[in-house]
Design a protein around this ligand. Structure first.
Ligand code: 5GP
Length: 119
C-alpha cells in the first residue's frame, strides 16, 4: 500500500483540517493555500498519478470533481467561480504521489500555466 502524507491524513495519523469525508474520498484544506479557498480532494483508492488511473476507474476521478462542485455550492461560491486542478508529475509540479484535486476559489484566479515560447 502506498504511504504518502495524504494516506497518513486519511488514517488520522497526522492532523488536517478535514472539511468532507465519505466512503470514497477525503477533502481537507491545503497547508499552504494558493487562494482564499484551497481544498484538496483525495481518493481513498491508491493511484500515484493520473497516469495510473485506468478507464475502469474513471469514477474515482469523477467523484473528486463532483465532490468539489458540491462543496462549492454548499459554501456559496459556485456561482462566483472556482478552479479545479490535478497536477501530474514533474512539469506540473506534483509533490505528493497520491492523486488529488485542488479546488481553488475565493478571488479572481487569473490565468495559469506558462506562455508557449514564441515561434
Ligand atoms: P501537488 O503539488 O502534489 O499537486 O500538491 C500537493 C499539495 O499538498 C500542495 O499544495 C501542498 O501545499 C499540500 N500539502 C503538502 N503536505 C501537506 C500536509 O501535510 N497537509 C496539508 N493539508 N497539505 C499538504
Amino acid at each position: 500500500m502506498a504511504d504518502t502524507i495524504f494516506h497518513k491524513i486519511i488514517r488520522r495519523e497526522i492532523p488536517a483540517d478535514i472539511v468532507y469525508e465519505d466512503d470514497h474520498l477525503v477533502a481537507f484544506r491545503d497547508i499552504a493555500p494558493q487562494a482564499p479557498v484551497h481544498v484538496l480532494f483525495v481518493p481513498k483508492a491508491d493511484f500515484a498519478t493520473l497516469n495510473e488511473v485506468p478507464e475502469a476507474s474513471a469514477v474515482v476521478v469523477g467523484r473528486l470533481a463532483t465532490a468539489a462542485a458540491r462543496y462549492a455550492k454548499q459554501q456559496g461560491f459556485a456561482e462566483d467561480g472556482y478552479r479545479i486542478v490535478m497536477n501530474c508529475n514533474g512539469d506540473a509540479g506534483q509533490t505528493v504521489f497520491q492523486i488529488h484535486l485542488h479546488l481553488l476559489a475565493g478571488a479572481p484566479l487569473g490565468r495559469f500555466g506558462v506562455p508557449a515560447p514564441a515561434p
